[in-house]
Design a protein around this ligand. Structure first.
Ligand SMILES: Nc1nc2c(ncn2[C@@H]2O[C@H](COP(=O)(O)OP(=O)(O)O)[C@@H](O)[C@H]2O)c(=O)[nH]1
Ligand SMILES: [Mg+2]
Ligand SMILES: [Zn+2]
Length: 311
């Protein structure tokens, strides 16, 4: 039988069948991903085959279908091993706010490069637009929207509080598997509740920093959306996976910068001060948002120092 993994505890997996039944399954034998060591062979979002165990109501996973993408995080104790957080993600919503709290461009760009590295399409959600009541804040919102649209990302302004554009958000989410990421307090849980009130996620929790600091073993969980589609929640997990960025590949995770690379004189151009660079003139001409280029330089420095905050 075929199904999709909706929850994992490390040893047991909840598998939802095509007709909607949930079967508790375990795995038999070894599954490996080429090139990386993982502590969990099966993750939420995996498409699997399973067989029922004789005279039991539990199953055994016998096959994992190839993943179109997956998110990793470093394993809790074993530094060279990874945990697969989730697989087969259609899109990640990067929830940003201009105030309460302020989300920086650098933070957004870190998530976007990570999403690019994992091959997960990203959408920028500007939440709490009901709070933008001054000309200055409205201008900041416009600048943000313009920059990311120019960089090639879909941008939607919303308010979980007033319900503004929540229907558009539902349209984007319909029949897809989505994740939400962004600073604590930006309204991720509120937005998920706004699109599907049946989910009733807790909002306004003070902070999960304590929990995160302890590296508690948390697993992702997948929920059905009443209007069609799924949401993957990763409670207590900070950030959005890990990537070891290599300086020479970083520009490939900035699609707006990468577009110009073919015109750089040197094919290993890092777009800092090299002669014949096509990226810097494009920034100067306003074809690449300056904030994106600044983020690129900052993340490049970190990648060079090999102390990337993605770790
Ligand atoms: N004014 C306003 N407040 C919001 C909005 N969305 C969420 N909030 C509030 O922001 C706080 C954090 O929301 P929450 O959903 O818990 O954020 P999360 O940490 O990203 O899941 C809560 O007090 C929410 O009521 C919004 O669109 N407008
Ligand atoms: Mg939350
Ligand atoms: Zn260049």
């Amino acid at each position: 039988m075929k199904g999709i993994v909706t929850k994992s505890t490390g040893s047991w997996y909840d598998v939802k069948t095509e007709n909607g039944d949930h079967i508790t399954c375990r795995i038999r034998g070894k599954f490996r991903i080429k090139g990386i060591k993982t502590t969990n062979p099966v993750a939420v979002g995996d498409q699997v085959d399973f067989e029922m165990e004789p005279e039991k109501d539990t199953g055994v996973i016998t096959h994992i279908y190839p993943r179109k993408n997956y998110l990793l995080r470093r394993s809790i104790n074993l530094s060279k091993q990874y945990q697969i957080l989730a697989a087969n993600i259609d899109q990640v919503f990067v929830t940003v706010t201009l105030i309460q709290p302020e989300t920086t461009r650098l933070f957004i760009d870190r998530i976007l490069t990570t999403a690019e590295a994992y091959n997960i399409p990203a959408v920028i959600l500007i939440n709490k637009i009901d709070l933008l009541n001054t000309a200055e804040l409205l201008k900041q919102k416009k600048d943000l929207m313009d920059a990311y649209k120019q960089a090639g990302y879909p941008v939607l302004e919303v308010s979980a509080k007033t319900g503004q554009n929540i229907e558009q958000l539902k349209t984007l989410m319909k029949d897809k598997t989505s994740m939400f990421t962004g600073h604590s307090g930006t309204g991720k849980s509120s937005l998920i509740n706004a699109v599907d009130p049946a989910l009733q996620l807790k909002t306004g929790e003070i902070s999960t920093a304590h929990q995160q600091g302890k590296h508690t073993t948390t697993f992702a969980e997948m929920f059905d959306l009443a209007f069609g589609g799924h949401i993957i929640d990763t409670p207590g997990i900070r950030g959005f996976g890990v990537v070891d960025m290599k300086p020479e590949e970083l520009d490939s995770y900035f699609p707006d910068i990468f577009k110009y690379k073919q015109d750089c004189k040197f094919n290993d151009c890092k777009h800092i001060n090299e002669p014949g660079c096509a990226v810097k003139p494009a920034v100067a001409a306003g074809k690449i948002p300056l904030s994106r280029y600044k983020s690129y330089l900052q993340i490049l420095e970190e990648a060079k120092e090999n102390n990337s905050p993605y770790r």
